[in-house]
Design a protein around this ligand. Structure first.
Ligand SMILES: Nc1ncnc2c1ncn2[C@@H]1O[C@H](COP(=O)(O)OP(=O)(O)OP(=O)(O)O)[C@@H](O)[C@H]1O
Ligand SMILES: [Mg+2]
Length: 463
């Protein structure tokens, strides 16, 4: 991929265009926000620390691409990214400081990301070490040692030069076989760290979380040093050991440092359903104030404004993390958020409802378009699917119709419609149909869906 961090705003928009139809304003804003991180990092040192990110509020009905834009953006940016649902913090059992968990998650994400990259860089070296380890298991090496003569499996003293040479030659032969993958199916016994934590969920008291201590990790850690022996095919052993060896080759401390840097300078937190923690200014909301909603906003405020959060990997400063809030704001308005929080999301972008013609494009254009997904799934079974233009138009028409008649769930409607459309085929392949071409034309769409669309009750449940 292109060095994503240096994408210009227009390049970002072009990349987003590959996945998201319409929503120009939203794409533009996030693209600018992303580039602003780079601008800040390259700005004069004196003022750099003063430049704060302009957080964004994405406002728009359900299923029009809010989350999708944020997700794609983070991938483009190669930036640490987490998505949280604000409403989750209003649930029963919520403890004040839980809101900080979003920063902890971000840190965990970043650390994994950095470690993956570092492991990737040492992959070749690690692979060599893995091969030696496997070879040692297959043909244990013989080494000259006066004080401690080694014996081979049968008990002979192998402590002489010719046996050593023989051993080395055998190892060489096996090394070759290993390289060629000839021994992939052979089983060997290896010692593996039992990384699997015991299957239980631990709910720590809020106070522990606050200190950045995670009970689950502590317990998991206890099991971590236990080693167990397993017999696995060499192909599998390779993967297990590769993980172990590359982990050994990387420096945990510098990974943590790098992750901290990235979180603080490039981290993106996507707060979904932020409207659900706003207090509607009219009607019931006023008379029976929902304390926990305002509470969540108050807890959120310091994090968004810039504060420090302790995580088990160190203290994270949140000042320059980019926050993208998102919500439908049907019942509440952005102005129903507490003023301090409103001020922290100065960029407001409205996303449009999607139209029938947007649906036509969404169905066919994005790299991950639904039609392409179904084509790929059935191609895996040897069946070729073709969509006619009229069929796609009809699907879009139905989606728009059902959205208007039942409930407007935006592009999500396309998912339910496509799964109904393909229901019969997905069951018939490969048992009844295992090759050939199938044309999805308008008539086929009508045959599969008309009944559902006309029957209001059915469309409520199925489409
Ligand atoms: N403009 C669009 N272009 C392409 N696909 C879209 C678009 N809008 C939505 N989709 C598709 O619809 C699905 C739902 O979109 P998304 O998750 O972004 O909705 P949302 O706006 O976040 O809604 P909600 O408010 O319910 O969270 C995704 O699978 C996405 O790929
Ligand atoms: Mg969403």
């Amino acid at each position: 991929m292109i060095d994503a961090k240096n994408l210009t705003p227009q390049q970002v928009v072009r990349e987003l265009d590959k996945y998201i139809i319409g929503q120009k304003e939203a794409k533009r804003s996030v693209a600018i926000a992303l580039r602003n991180r780079w601008r800040r990092m390259n700005a004069d040192e004196e003022i750099r620390e003063e430049i704060v990110p302009n957080n964004i509020l994405l406002i728009g009905p359900t299923g029009v691409g809010k989350t999708e834009i944020a997700r794609r953006l983070s991938r483009l940016a190669g930036a640490p990214f987490v998505k949280v649902e604000a409403s989750k913090f209003t649930e029963v059992g919520y403890v004040g400081r839980d809101v900080e968990s979003m920063i902890r998650d971000l840190m965990d994400y970043a650390l994994n990301m950095v470690k993956d990259e570092m492991q990737e860089r040492v992959k070749e070296k690690a692979a060599e070490m893995v091969e030696e380890r496997i070879l040692d298991i297959l043909i244990p090496p013989v080494r000259k040692s006066a004080t401690n003569p080694q014996k081979d499996a049968v008990g002979f003293n192998v402590n002489n030069a010719t046996d050593e040479e023989l051993n080395e030659r055998t190892r060489e032969r096996f090394r070759e076989k290993l390289k060629n993958g000839e021994l992939d199916d052979r089983k060997i016994e290896i010692e593996v760290k039992s990384s699997k934590a015991p299957m239980m969920q631990v709910f720590g008291p809020g106070g522990m979380e606050e200190m950045g201590v995670n009970l689950q990790d502590m317990l998991g850690g206890m099991g971590k040093n236990k080693k167990s022996k397993r017999k696995v095919p060499i192909s599998e052993a390779r993967e297990i050991l590769l993980d172990e060896e590359s982990e050994k080759l990387i420096d945990h401390e510098s990974a943590v440092q790098e992750a901290l840097e990235r979180v603080q300078k490039q981290g993106i937190v996507f707060i979904d359903e932020i409207d659900k923690i706003a207090e509607p200014s009219t009607g019931a909301g006023k008379s029976g104030p929902d304390v926990s909603r305002q509470g969540v906003q108050r807890d959120l405020l310091p994090i968004v404004e810039g504060s420090t959060v302790s995580t088990k990997h160190g203290i994270v400063k949140t000042d320059h993390i980019l926050f993208i809030g998102s919500g439908a704001f049907h019942v509440s308005k952005p102005s129903d958020l507490i003023p301090e929080l409103q001020g922290r999301f100065p960029i407001r972008v409205e996303l449009n409802s999607l139209t029938e013609s947007d649906f036509v494009e969404i169905l066919s254009k994005p790299k991950n378009a639904l039609t392409k997904q179904y084509i790929a799934m059935l191609a895996a079974e040897g069946v070729t699917i073709n969509f006619t233009e009229e069929a796609v138009a009809e699907l879009a028409r139905i989606a728009a119709l059902v959205n208007s008649q039942v409930e407007n769930i935006g592009a999500r409607r396309l998912h339910t419609i496509m799964s109904s459309l393909f229901d019969e085929l997905l069951f018939a392949v490969p048992d009844d149909i295992n090759s050939g071409e199938i044309n999805i034309d308008k008539a086929y769409v009508e045959k599969q869906l008309d009944g559902l669309v006309k029957d209001k009750d059915l469309s409520h449940y199925i489409l």
